[in-house]
Design a protein around this ligand. Sequence first.
Ligand SMILES: Nc1ncnc2c1ncn2[C@@H]1O[C@H](COP(=O)(O)OP(=O)(O)OP(=O)(O)O)[C@@H](O)[C@H]1O
Length: 594
Amino acid sequence: MENNDEKLSFKENWTIFKFILKFLLPFKKYFILAFVFSVLTTILASLMPFVISTFMDSYLQTQKATDQIIWFFAILYFVLNVINSLAFFFKWNYLQNGSIFVNQHIRKIVYAKLHTLGMRYFDQKPTGWLITRVTNDTDLFNFWQMLFNAVTSFLSIIIAFTALFVIDHKIALIMLLFVPILLLSVVLYQRISTKVYQLMLKKRSELNTKLNEYISGMRIIQQFRQETRLKDEFEATNEAYYGYRRRVIQINGLLLSPLVNFLMGLSIIVVLVMFSARSMHTIVAAGLIYAFISNVQIYFQPISSLMDSLSSFSNGIVSASRIKTIMEETQEAPTNQTVPSVSTDRNILNGKIEFRHVNFSYDGVHQVLKDISFIVNPGETIAFVGHTGSGKSSIINVFMRFYEFYEGEVLIDDVDIKAYPKTELRKKIGLVLQDSFMFVASVTDNIKMMNPVITDEAARSAATFVHADSFINKLEHGFDTKVIEGGAAFSAGERQLINFARTMVRNPKILLLDEATANIDTETEALIQKGLGNMRQGRTTMAIAHRLSTIKDANQILVLEAGKIIERGNHDELLKLNGYYADMYRLQSLQKEV
Ligand SMILES: Nc1ncnc2c1ncn2[C@@H]1O[C@H](COP(=O)(O)OP(=O)(O)OP(=O)(O)O)[C@@H](O)[C@H]1O
């Protein structure tokens, strides 16, 4: 269903339709009320021409209209008009509000679903694509209006036809002949417009994806002077999008109202010809012709508006199919998958970590971790070193349960990691990534991560504990300084320090550190090292180290290459081994001296 170029079969359309309709159920009362008022307006609209025709034929033409009668009809018409307008207002109000509420509800559900999905899913989907799904595709406003129109139009046609039938059943039956012609044009329109609509939506999604890529990668784009190339690329997609838009407008301009209006004009000619023919033998009341023609208009009008909104139907079905794809996505985050042994009150008490023969792959094809085994005792530190791409971060990813491993065991305190509830893992494991994300909020709130349970004092003392306070206090507004998007105004080292504080304020039992490789000034570097020292005290730590000098004191160092452990031991043991680690260490020491 992902490929929107494919034409959906009737069965698929129907399945999607039933799926999306379920979201409407909690708000059905709005739609039912809108329907009731809609029926009222249609009945009134059909009746009002009769008031006029009665007045014309019984009083005006026969010159029997007295002051009283004129007032009576004026007031009657006025009252009907007021009721009609009120009914229309309520119908409109309930319909609009109902549609807004359903959209909001769908958006909430889709957004919540995204949170349950695993990293594998996000690896495969461009961010812009996902944004389009959550923003544009959940906006089914026109779709709900269209559905409502479809139901009420059907009713209007029946009511108007009944009125026509009451006036003159022969001519009314002739009006029925127009139905197949109209239906044919509806089908024709639907055929042509759906295809173009789908292509237009696809281009819009592409546009969003590209835009997201450009904005996130602006630094690289500017650095490598890619502006012109990307501008051309963007313009081409934009041009294609507008091309399809223009075609949609052309199709609508040609096939929507003009066609229905043309047919309506034809039907009025037929009506007039029929009535004229009849007038040769008998008297035909002018008011009756007026009432008839008014109801002919009521009869045709819903078809016109239905066709108008048909495009919203195809549009809505395409969007709904994408929502369905997301909602039915099974690549759940490992921590969301129900494991029979998971116990909600299982706690991490000591923080012993063990990997037993773990194999792992991101895509199910390329093995990234091969037979990884190690034990870290409570309070000890293990460090992973190795070339880029050797699998260091993957060990952390597996341990954080961002991805599921497919072979082996990972244990905490001798219990399978899968048996711990997600909340316990998130609470007791502190992850410090190389480049931590900063939210648009104060420094304090960034440390607290908006958690209302954590006090400002706790945030400050965590910052002091990791030696982040000295730089924060130097900021213009100290802890209240507003962080701009992504923390762009801070250096990598400063962001790292805030991230340390953010982790420590939660007092985790286990620490996962991905050491920053960015250029950090010596002063911040010293602070970071001091902060790290404090953090590691009494906590089991798994650290990815790029600079070997920072992990000399680790209890165990694992050297990885292409996902395999090729050396293990402490710093001295590994130096004695005179292998890969010793080479790396000597090289780094030499670089430092230079
Ligand atoms: N999300 C992903 N999807 C697919 N493959 C991935 C993904 N992340 C990493 N890989 C691949 O897994 C292998 C190990 O990557 P990993 O990030 O664990 O290496 P690393 O040792 O941490 O590298 P670095 O020091 O550069 O961070 C690499 O070949 C990488 O291309």
